[in-house]
Design a protein around this ligand. Structure first.
Ligand SMILES: Cc1cc2nc3c(=O)[nH]c(=O)nc-3n(C[C@H](O)[C@H](O)[C@H](O)COP(=O)(O)O)c2cc1C
Length: 172
């Protein structure tokens, strides 16, 4: 059973819970949706709101859904389902129509927010976009990052700042 938690005391260690355990961003709604793995991101306060900040390259299939839809979810797995998440970070919705079944996870539809999340998650954020911007070459102080992470490595990330509207735990 998925239970909403009012107390916002979550993600005690984002370095581990995002960076090492990975998370699954699912964007889109009933007209189409797609999940992808992220391990770059942060949680905290901005504009007096509880926010999650994600960095998504524009070539991701998920980006098209993120760009179009005001809401999305982030599913966390507490270090479990690592193989599924690694696969979700290797294959693309550009190549697989039903990426959820390819990665062996189960999408659950939330009719109120018109979003999907993973049934297997240990906890889930439902998020609303507040701001979308671009990582820009001119902004780099440490120029070595450009060669290390861009060019042949992929496009400049989109920065997505989203409000964490509600927090759910899976009590199954
Ligand atoms: C562990 C891991 C973490 C990743 N983190 C990110 C990330 O934070 N941002 C990003 O744009 N891509 C990230 N990726 C790459 C995407 O998950 C990958 O390109 C995926 O295939 C995109 O799926 P899509 O095209 O269906 O959206 C990560 C991949 C892995 C394996």
């Amino acid at each position: 059973m998925i239970k909403q938690i009012i107390d916002l005391d979550y993600v005690k260690n984002p370095f581990k819970e995002i960076g090492e355990d990975f998370a699954l961003v699912t964007a889109g709604g009933k007209d189409g949706y797609n999940p992808m793995t992220v391990s770059w991101g942060s949680v905290g306060k901005l504009w007096n709101k509880n926010v999650i900040i994600l960095f998504i390259r524009p070539e991701r299939a998920t980006w098209a859904y993120l760009e179009k839809n005001p809401k999305f979810t982030v599913s966390f797995f507490n270090g479990e389902y690592k193989e599924n998440l690694t696969l979700a970070g290797r294959i693309s919705g550009h190549d697989y129509k039903d990426k959820f079944s390819e990665i062996g996870l189960t999408p659950i539809y939330d009719v109120d927010a018109d979003v999907y999340y993973a049934k297997e998650a240990s906890y889930i954020f439902k998020c609303s976009k507040l701001y979308v911007g671009d990582i820009e070459e001119d902004g780099f102080i440490d120029k070595s990052l450009i060669e290390k992470f861009y060019g042949s490595h992929g496009g400049y990330h989109k920065v997505v700042v989203a409000q964490i509207n509600s927090y759910f735990v899976n009590e199954e």
